[in-house]
Design a protein around this ligand. Sequence first.
Ligand code: F6P
Length: 338
Amino acid sequence: MPVTDIDPVTVHPNPAGVKRLAVLTSGGDAPGMNAAIRAVVRTATHQGIEVVGVRRGFSGLHRGNMAIIGARDVANTIQRGGTILLTARSHTWRTPEGRAKGAEYLREWGVDGLIVIGGDGSFHGGYYLQQEHGIPVIGVPGTIDNDLYGTDHTIGYFTAVETALDAVDKLRDTGASHERIFVIEVMGRHAGHIALEVAVAGGAEEVFIPEDPRPVDGVVATVQESLAKGKASSIIIVAEGFPGGAQGVADAIEAGTGLETRVSILGHIQRGGTPVSSDRVLASRLGEAAVYALMDGMRGVMVGRMNGEISYTPLEETWEKRKDVSRDLYRCAKTLSV
Ligand code: F6P
């Protein structure tokens, strides 16, 4: 169909009869969450559906911390990092009593479904709410870690990679000037997606990821070989979840070579900042798709994007099945460090 034939005000079928939905962000914030909230609110508004914004994730939900939000409330947010709805990691939500309280509030507010923007912990929270109280839940993948099965990328991942890469480039300047070895730790509690991407894009000599928890002794030979090849400085990337972290790798290098080594842990800086366009567009598409999924009567699924198409994956599969890192990228990182 030519683009000019697409009617921008098409009304989506609503067999589920959704009149009011709720949205929250939960777990670690990720750049692009605001773009996702905006997309949910504007798609719903466009379809004549009211939106209840829940503040502070599940922690706010079991306290009834919610208010109606409209299209103008999300103006000027697409470019902002963090989440305007605030977020939290809730312990009370892990109890059936906490979830029952939250379900009561959702019923009181006449909500026909809940959209949860977050990672696997947040999806667990949504899954149990639906199982125990029958409230339809749709997940939107929002985490910098990119560790959810059922979507090629998660909202926030692209921006986190850019932020980490910017830091690596800067550390390379000082590392080269001092002829030092820099061991840089990037986020990724259980996954090496950020580490791998940054290692290849940042031209690292070596990368350590939790998916391959090998002994660190080999790094001594890597550094010695680099020196022999005429490399005066080295960049080594370590994912947070690799056993021993960056410090463990640096200790092994110093003990094995006696060379001056510095550790830089990038930490939460990777979660902040203006979302890059890829995160904004992904968030916009998934926020829209989440509303349509609820209207179509779907429940207990995460909307994702795979090979450019919107996909739907049962919430429990997003954590039961493992999204592997790209083995090609891992190989490429090694090949290009010669
Ligand atoms: O959101 C994912 C993540 O950023 C992980 O990469 C990291 O391990 C964790 O969150 C940190 O969580 P917190 O902000 O609670 O310290």
